[in-house]
Design a protein around this ligand. Structure first.
Ligand SMILES: [Zn+2]
Length: 843
């Protein structure tokens, strides 16, 4: 194993002069990186990856150098330490890996075109130019870009362009910043621009394949987000502009490059005339997330990647804080409960999961840190917990001080806790360390023992877990005043239950609002008391009942069969998030039934019972003036009634398809995926398959495309499935960025599973080559582990992935996923009879 040292210790750059010439025709990059900095030793190292170094010069004199590819290094010996300017002349290939400098492909009026863009996080700036590619190595940059330019093309950078000379575009000097935040892009683009109250220019850029009004929503959200953050952080936006650019090929969701944020098209552009509310909410939160980073991440940056959570957890919380302020009617914190909270609680319950704060050195391991459920979702949940503890006034004051102290520099988690702690007069760090440094979370057991109301905490596991006695400082948020604010002991006795119950007049509850990262196991009587008063609870608290029971069942702390009746209890609930939790639980029952069995028939009948009143209440088509809850609930209900094979619903969906046969994109976006899927499953044929696949290839609206892929992949026709598998490697049909979604759909389809599973095993090498370099790669394994639930698949999974256990960046994911599948297999084996009996009784 190579030893990893921080190059910043040998050489500390203060300024870069970058000249980069990119030729799309010859797919060649050539450049000159001139770096001024302080040499701390005479042997300095500068990062490079996949570069050909032609020369290294100091004061116009060539100096000897060596290249060490294992360490991504250029090693240079200097005559003395101290300030030095090193000029490195290099070339590099322009490749299609969606990392470094890369082309994005699209079609405009049948003509193939490309946009060139960049993606440098975490360590791909070194693929674009020699640099000290570490977050702490902040410097200023003068960037000059040349390319095989055509008339009318646009070129964008972190800073405004100041001049063009001999075809070279020169950008203004940046502020002091990290290399991973440098970005530029060029090609044929359209744009919409506006200005914030404080004079920051806001722009949205996209290819001309999109309608101009698809840029409007993002422009409005971006402008108002910047205005919101300037006010909330009490710190001005530090750059003259904030550009948002949609790239047709993009590996992650979006990237917070300072002043030039890049996005997947699906996360920036929407058709204002026909887009579902939940898609708008996702796009708005993604934009707000990236713009939160412009301060938190860009202005103040983590010192090293072990504190990646500082960036991501914080931005993930702020996206909700911002959108809640901009669009209060959306109740976006409710979405936080169904997305972030649910993801964090599930993943964090598997033994072997990473803690939020992780030590890392190996570049391949750094990429595997981006565990969405932990670094983003759990981290955000922890910060929500802090916010609830200290309040917004202290949060804002603390942040203002934090930005003031560390702006244009770097910080650690400890710096943030001390800033927030000082503002709140609370030892925030002491409370948070138990959450950040330890993986997992507690289940708090609440029981009446010998008449005494008693609480205890244990680590909660789904599957086998090694209990090493971890304890947490738990903000309890109870409705009984006698409960402490922070519960840090193993066990606590609150007092005589009957007396407490009488005094308070309500059922005892903890974690009200579900803001703390733990779940609760009430004893049977206490749970009964809560359920009897459940209608008086908020939607979040109702969701929490279903969510905690589901997790307890997954963790074998209650029987799965015992939670089945709970579904009927909430079936007619009108809150969309309660329905989200309800159908999450209902869909989890599918693993207990085999395809085409009597048990499956009973489960379908049960789904019909759950959904039938709601179908009658809501109908198929969105109604003008209906509530957000109704709009957002309908898709859950329609999915359920179609799974139930309710004949009226199948007919209704088919009729809607027939009515829109020649303009499927005009079907209401909220229900479109279900109508398309119904058509493929019940009325499918070769002609329909071709129609939908052609529509997918030519459509530019991402949400329409997502619905099409969900429908096409639900086919049971083996010829069509074989055809789809072939398309997996045809980038003109399925872009590599979208492949994982297609793969998951086919794998989840009982008639497609074998083919998809065979494909990924046969083509693992191809997959590694195509998307192996990016941070999303391990999620292919996660996707498989989310679906498999039979002993045979478990054995096959192990046979294939066990030999790959030592691959850098894959070890943790493979280990966890073997456990995830094994746990599910064991659960199904031991509880299926009981579960199916409970379903049969109620259906
Ligand atoms: Zn982020």
């Amino acid at each position: 194993m190579a030893e990893f040292t921080h190059f910043y210790e040998t050489f500390q750059p203060s300024h870069y002069n970058l000249y980069i010439d990119i030729n799309r025709e010859t797919k060649l990059i050539s450049g000159l990186s001139t770096i001024t900095g302080e040499a701390k030793t005479t042997e300095i190292s500068i990062h490079q990856k996949y570069l050909t170094i032609n020369s290294v010069k100091i004061a116009d004199q060539e100096v000897p150098f060596t290249v060490n590819n294992d360490q991504d290094a250029i090693k240079i010996t200097l005559p003395t330490t101290g300030e030095v300017t090193v000029a490195i002349d290099y070339t590099a290939p322009l490749t299609d890996t969606m990392m470094g400098i890369y082309p994005s492909y699209y079609e405009l009026d049948g003509v193939k075109k490309q946009l060139i863009g960049t993606q440098f996080e975490t360590n791909a700036a070194r693929q674009a130019f020699p640099c000290v590619d570490e977050p702490e190595a902040k410097a200023t940059f003068d960037v000059a870009i040349k390319f095989d330019e055509h008339e009318g093309e646009t070129v964008l950078g972190n800073m405004p362009e100041i001049k063009t000379e001999n075809g070279v575009h020169y950008f203004d000097t940046t502020v002091r910043m990290s290399t991973y935040l440098i970005a530029f892009a060029f090609g044929d683009m359209q744009a919409k621009e506006t200005t914030t109250k404080s004079g920051v220019k806001i722009g949205v850029f996209a290819t001309k394949a999109h309608k101009a009004n698809e840029l409007d929503f993002a422009l409005d959200i971006a402008k108002r987000s910047i205005e919101f953050y300037e006010d909330f952080y009490q710190t001005p936006y530090p750059l003259p502009h904030s550009w948002q650019l949609a790239l047709p090929d993009f590996s992650a969701g979006a990237m917070e490059n300072w002043g030039l944020v890049t996005y997947r098209e699906a996360y920036l552009l929407i058709d204002p005339d026909n887009t579902s509310l939940d898609t708008k909410q996702v796009v708005a939160t993604v934009i707000a997330h990236e713009l939160a980073h412009q301060w938190f991440g860009d202005l103040v940056t983590m010192k090293w990647w072990d504190d990646l959570w500082l960036n991501e957890s914080f931005a993930n919380m702020m996206e909700y804080v911002a959108i809640d302020a901009l669009e209060p009617n959306w109740h976006i914190w409710e979405v936080f409960q169904t997305s972030e909270a649910a993801a964090a609680l599930q993943r964090d319950a598997t033994d072997g999961v990473q803690s939020v704060h992780v030590q890392v050195e190996d570049p391949a391991e750094i990429d595997s840190l981006f565990d969405g459920a932990i670094v983003y979702a759990k981290g955000a949940r922890l910060l929500v917990m802090v916010r609830a503890l200290i309040g917004d006034d202290a949060l804002r004051q603390g942040l203002k001080n934090y930005f003031m102290a560390h702006q244009y520099g770097n910080a650690t988690g400890a710096n943030l806790w001390s800033a927030l702690g000082e503002a709140a007069h609370l030892d925030v760090g002491a409370i948070m360390n138990s959450w950040l440094e330890q993986p997992g979370y507690p289940v708090v057991t609440v029981a009446v023992v010998d008449g005494q109301l008693t609480l205890s905490q244990d680590q909660f596991f789904i599957g086998e877990g090694q209990d090493i006695g971890r304890q947490w400082q738990i903000p309890l948020n109870s409705n009984y005043a006698i409960a402490p604010q922070i519960f840090s002991d193993k066990t606590i006795v609150l007092g005589d239950y009957h007396q407490l119950r009488q005094e308070s007049g309500m059922p005892f509850r903890v974690n009200i609002g579900n803001d703390s990262h733990f779940i609760v196991k009430y004893d049977a009587d206490l749970m009964q008391d809560i359920l009897q008063h459940a209608d008086e609870l908020t939607a979040i608290d109702q969701l929490q009942i279903l969510q905690d029971q589901r997790l307890l069942a997954e963790g074998r702390q209650v029987s799965y069969a015992s939670v089945v009746p709970l579904l009927l209890r909430f079936a007619d609930n009108q809150s969309n998030i309660v329905n989200a939790a309800l159908y999450r639980l209902a869909n989890d029952l599918k693993k207990f039934v085999e395809p085409d069995s009597t048990e499956e028939k009973a489960l379908k009948a049960f789904f019909n019972k759950l959904s039938v009143n709601q179908v009658a209440r809501l109908g198929w088509l969105p109604k003008t003036g209906e509530s957000n809850d109704d709009q957002l609930t309908r898709p859950y209900i329609l999915a359920a009634t179609l799974y139930a094979e309710n004949p009226d619903s199948i007919t209704a969906a088919h009729q809607l398809f027939v009515d829109h046969q020649n303009s499927l994109e005009t079907l209401p976006a909220d229900i479109r995926p279900y109508i398309l899927r119904n058509e493929v499953q019940h009325f499918g044929n070769a002609e329909l398959f071709t129609q939908l696949l052609t529509a997918y290839r030519t459509a530019t609206d991402s949400s329409y495309k997502a619905g099409l892929s969900a429908a096409i992949t639900s086919t049971s026709d083996q010829t069509q499935i074989a055809d789809l598998i072939e398309k997996f490697e045809d980038a003109d049909t399925i872009k590599p960025q979208d492949l994982r979604g297609w793969f998951r759909y086919v794998l989840a389809n009982k008639d497609g599973q074998q083919a998809a599973w065979d494909w990924i095993r046969d083509q693992w090498g191809w997959l590694e080559e195509t998307v192996g370099g990016d941070m999303e790669f391990t999620t292919y394994i996660t996707v498989i582990a989310g679906i498999f639930h039979t002993p045979q698949r478990l054995a096959e999974f192990k046979a294939f992935f066990e030999p790959k256990l030592e691959t850098p960046g894959l070890t943790r994911e493979i280990t966890m996923d073997m456990k995830v599948i094994e746990t599910r297999v064991n659960l199904v084996e031991s509880e299926k009879d009981e579960v199916n009996a409970a379903i049969a009784k109620l259906s």
